[in-house]
Design a protein around this ligand. Sequence first.
Ligand SMILES: [Zn+2]
Ligand SMILES: [Zn+2]
Length: 361
Amino acid sequence: MKAVVYSGSSAKITIQDRPKPLILEPTDAIIKLLHTTICGTDLHILQGHVPTCTPGRILGHEGVGVIESLGPAVTTTFTIGQTVLISCITSCGTCHFCRRKMPSQCSSGGWILGNTIDGTQAEYVRIPHASFSLHALPQSIDPKVAVTLSDTIPTAYECGILNGHITPGSTVAIIGTGPIGLMILQMARNLFGPAITVVVGRGQPRLDTAKAMGADHTLSVLEGGEEAVISSALGLTIGNRGFDVVIEAVGTKESFGIAQGLVGAGGTIASLGVFGESCELHLEKLWNRNICLRTRLVDAVSTPDLLQIVESGGISPGFLVSHGFSFDQIHDAYEAFELSSKHGALKVVVTMPEPHSNGVS
Ligand SMILES: [Zn+2]
Ligand SMILES: [Zn+2]
C-alpha cells in the first residue's frame, strides 16, 4: 500500500510502498481509509519538534474509513464494511487514565497514531483498542467533513470551550485564527451565547473570515504588536476589566503573553497551543487576580456528543474543509496546508482511491 512517511532529516514527506497492516492484538481493527487530513502537529513532526516520532513512521492521526477486518476481542457492534470515524486519541477504556475520562494519557494509547505507531495517511491503518478508538459515522454526516471530528472539533470543544468555562454572557477572547480558533468561535456563538467575542490573529484574510462568522471584533497583532492588541482588546470590555474567558490557540510566547494580558479578574485562560519553547508566566501580575490557567491534550471523550451536535445542525464544520486533494496529490496537499495563508487553506482533505474500483469507475 502507499503511505506518507516521515523521513527525518529533510523536513519533507516521502511516499513509500509499505505492507498492508495486519491485526496484531485481538482488540485491533484494520481500516481502509476513505479520507484523511493533515494537522499542524504533522508539520511539527516534519520540523523535528516531536522526538517520540522517529524516521520511518507513517504520519497522520485523523481520518474516516471502512472496517476491513476486526480482531476477535472488539466488543462493540462494529461490522466489516461499516464506515467509521478514527479518533486521534487511542483509548484502552480501562486504564487509570481512561477511567478518569482522560484517554489522552492512556497507558497503552493516547496520541500514538502517526507518532509512535503508523498512522492514517496511508491506504490502510491498524487501530489498536478499536472498541474505544473508533466511532460509527452517521450517514447524515459527509465523510469528508467528518475528518474534522477526529481531532479539530474535539480539540476546539474540550481544550477551548470546556476548559475555558464559557457560560451565557461570558466575554470571550480567542487568540488564533486557525481551524481550531475559528471552530471555537462558531461553537461559542452557536452553543453558549457569549456577551462579546473578540478574535486576535495575524493575517487579514483569516480575521475577515472570523468577522464574517460573527466575531464582534477582530484585531491583528501585525498592527502595532502585542501591547497595542492587548490595550485595544481590553478597551472593548467594560472599564477595561478584561475577559472572562481567554482561549489561546497558537502556542507561542507572543500568544501566551497576550492571553495573560487579556484575562480579567476571576477569568480563565484555556491554553491549547502546541508549545515548542518555554514561556513566561507573569505571576507578579496575576497572583492576586483569581485567574485559572488550564492546559489539555484533547481526550476526544466528547466525540459521541459532537457527532450528535453536528447531526442536529448545532454546529456546521463544513467551512473548515477548504481544499480537497486525491492521495496522489499529497505533496500539493502538504504545500497548501503548510503555506495556508498563500492558499487560503484551513483543513485539506485527502481522498483515497475508490475501494475495489480496480481502475473501473
Ligand atoms: Zn491533528
Ligand atoms: Zn487507557
